[in-house]
Design a protein around this ligand. Structure first.
Ligand code: GTP
Length: 598
């Protein structure tokens, strides 16, 4: 009986179309939180999420809704991130749900991640409820958006909820539609336990806390459970739901979404995608898991102070407990010492991790420019994976190099198609197709090197379309490319952490730009510093940092000791994020210069 009153759904949308605000309204309307507790973006619990106004982690909450039919329904709502870096989180949450609320901005219409995310929902056989949000905006055109949803996505939008999450319009109707249209979970209470782990977080008291969707059976404290893929076994210490604060329950049963704690210390025992079963009465097979997630970009993380290497490892291990998509491995750089090659889902993910390391763990880091993973072939059947450009063998030692390609879709108003195509072409894009969404907007598809898209494609796209373009992409495989490694030499010494890989056609130009940039960034010394870019032994570009001798404080004649101290202090802080490489001080900025070498 309880099962027929459960509704499990996730909310998907393009970034900023209003997922989190709709979740907030649902929590309010169901009195899950008191007015006093209510704050915007309640489910974005991470400090960084709130600060940047974005959702990074998914969140699952239970709310109780008294419907017009007089019955009380249990909703499990999963809020998901919209940014393309975190689409892995979206696919994980969809595997736990029976329906999806698709939020589309009434002024913007269908965008790239609207399509990507709704197709994920459709692939997962979820019932999709369209919601046209922000109808309060002067530029809103809800009827046009309704037509667009039907024409472009191909789902019925005749009963789409017209909403303004901001003004609270449409929320009662949405709640009723959830009850009426999203199917109750199926699942056999009597069958052996099968629970899908779709998220995990670390709590220093209770160990790894798993968020699960119970597909079959029951799980309760005291049960011996087994992770069907890792083989690890534990005893359940606690089960419950988040509403939005943790509430202990006596058991979780088929159809429930909730959490399980079992004093798990090692996150590797309990990866998202694994299936939990009961040791005494195991299920025959695990549930279908997830595609293993592979990082898109790698960068080197080095403590500015070498003695902090172990602290950095510990910090990364702790972060990994809350972020199963974070990968790292020790690496050594001649220039930077001991550090970690770290894998990320994209540049936003990288940014978030670096910032968390600095804020939450007080680490001071030098990070090297992000790189994709290249495949270098020494022979037909001899391939090495290169995620650190400095490790790319010299041209003479390899037959060819392959790089990851993505299939990219860009949704843009007609007027900007020319600009988008020009940009895509410049970034080595290969045109695929172009479809009209309506009279004004097109969906342009390209095959493009991941490295080009990751670095500054999105910023360029935004600026060349006045912010009107949206982008989504997925990796489609590796292609042979004419790539080459460029080394950078400071004062005659090769600095491994500055090596980068480019297409041959851009080598000369990039070499010239990087040497010019480094000349601006690297502080002068009391001797001249040559900056060179080289391919193998051949120097392709060069600049010189002139000798300089000056005390920054000498300019201040006031003799104001306070000001003098402040200035010295500022100088000292600036120095912190600097690494001495041989005789040259290289600031953090220099390692990222290659990203902006255009
Ligand atoms: P991500 O979590 O970053 O993917 O974004 P989101 O889809 O969750 O969007 P969010 O709810 O954070 O809303 C984005 C912005 O739109 C915020 O500034 C909201 O205040 C605003 N917004 C949301 N709903 C409405 C609405 O109905 N009307 C108007 N005018 N603004 C809205």
């Amino acid at each position: 009986a309880r099962q027929s009153h459960i509704r499990n759904f996730s909310i998907v949308a393009h970034i900023d179309h209003g997922k989190s605000t709709i979740s907030d309204r649902i929590l309010e309307a169901t009195h899950t939180v008191t007015e006093r507790e209510m704050q915007d973006q309640l489910l974005d619990t991470m400090e960084l999420e709130r600060e940047r106004g974005i959702t990074i982690k998914m969140n699952a909450v239970e709310v109780h809704y008294q419907a017009n039919d007089g019955e009380t329904y249990i909703f499990h709502l999963v809020d998901t991130p919209g940014h393309v870096d975190f689409s892995y989180e979206v696919s994980r949450s969809l595997a736990a749900a029976d329906g999806a609320i698709l939020v589309v901005d009434a002024a913007q219409g269908v965008e790239a991640q609207t399509l990507a995310n709704v197709y994920l929902a459709i692939e997962n056989d979820l019932e999709v409820l369209p919601v046209i949000n922000k109808i309060d905006l002067p530029a809103a055109d809800p009827e046009a958006v309704r037509t667009e949803i039907e024409d472009v996505i191909g789902i019925d939008a005749s009963e789409a909820v017209m909403a303004s999450a901001k003004k609270g319009i449409g929320i009662p109707e949405l709640l009723e539609q959830i009850v009426a249209k999203i199917p109750a979970p199926e699942g056999d209470l009597e069958a052996p336990l099968q629970a899908l782990i779709f998220d995990s977080a670390y709590d220093s008291y209770r160990g790894v806390i798993l968020t699960v969707r119970v597909k079959h059976g029951i799980v309760k404290p005291g049960d011996k459970i087994r992770f069907m893929n890792s083989g690890a076994e534990y005893e359940v210490t606690e089960v419950g739901v988040n509403s939005p604060h943790a509430i202990k329950r006596d058991y979780l049963m088929a159809g429930d979404i909730g959490y399980i704690a079992a004093s798990i210390k090692n996150i590797r025992d309990a990866r998202p995608g694994d299936t939990i079963t009961n040791v005494q009465r195991p299920a025959a097979e695990p549930l279908p898991g997830y595609q293993p997630m592979t990082p898109m970009v790698y960068s080197g993380l080095y403590p500015t102070d070498n003695s902090k290497y172990n602290d950095l490892r510990e910090a990364l291990e702790k972060l990994q407990l809350n972020d199963a998509s974070l990968e790292f491995e020790p690496e050594t750089s001649q220039a930077l010492g001991f550090g970690f090659r770290t894998g990320f889902l994209g540049l936003l993910h990288m940014d978030v991790i670096q910032e968390r390391l600095e804020r939450e763990f007080d680490m001071e880091l030098i990070t090297t420019a992000p790189s994709v993973t290249y495949h270098a072939y020494q022979a037909e059947d001899e391939m090495i994976e290169v995620a650190n450009p400095s490790e790319m063998p010299d041209a003479g030692q390899i037959k060819w190099i392959e790089e990851p390609y993505v299939h990219a879709q860009i949704i843009v108003p007609n007027d900007y198609v020319g600009a988008v195509m020009e940009l895509a072409q410049r970034k080595r894009g290969e045109f695929d197709t172009m479809d009209y969404l309506d009279a004004n907007r097109v969906n342009v598809k390209y095959h493009m090197p991941l490295s080009e898209i990751i670095f500054d494609f999105f910023d360029k796209l935004k600026s060349s379309t006045r912010g009107y373009a949206s982008l989504d992409y997925e990796v489609e495989g590796y292609r042979k490319s004419d790539l080459i490694k460029i080394d950078v030499l400071l004062n005659g010494d090769k600095v491994d952490a500055l090596s980068f890989i480019v297409h041959k056609d851009f080598a000369q130009e990039r070499g010239r730009i990087i040497t010019a940039k480094l000349k601006q960034i690297i502080p002068r010394r009391n001797f001249e510093i040559p900056v060179q870019a080289a391919i193998g032994a051949k120097i392709i570009a060069r600049s010189t940092i002139k000798a300089f001798r000056k005390d920054v404080t000498s300019k201040i004649h006031t003799g104001d000791p306070d000001r003098r101290a402040k200035l010295l202090d500022k100088q000292k802080r600036g120095k912190k994020r600097m690494k001495s490489v041989g005789t040259v001080d290289v600031p953090q900025e220099a390692f990222m210069a290659v990203l902006r070498a255009e």
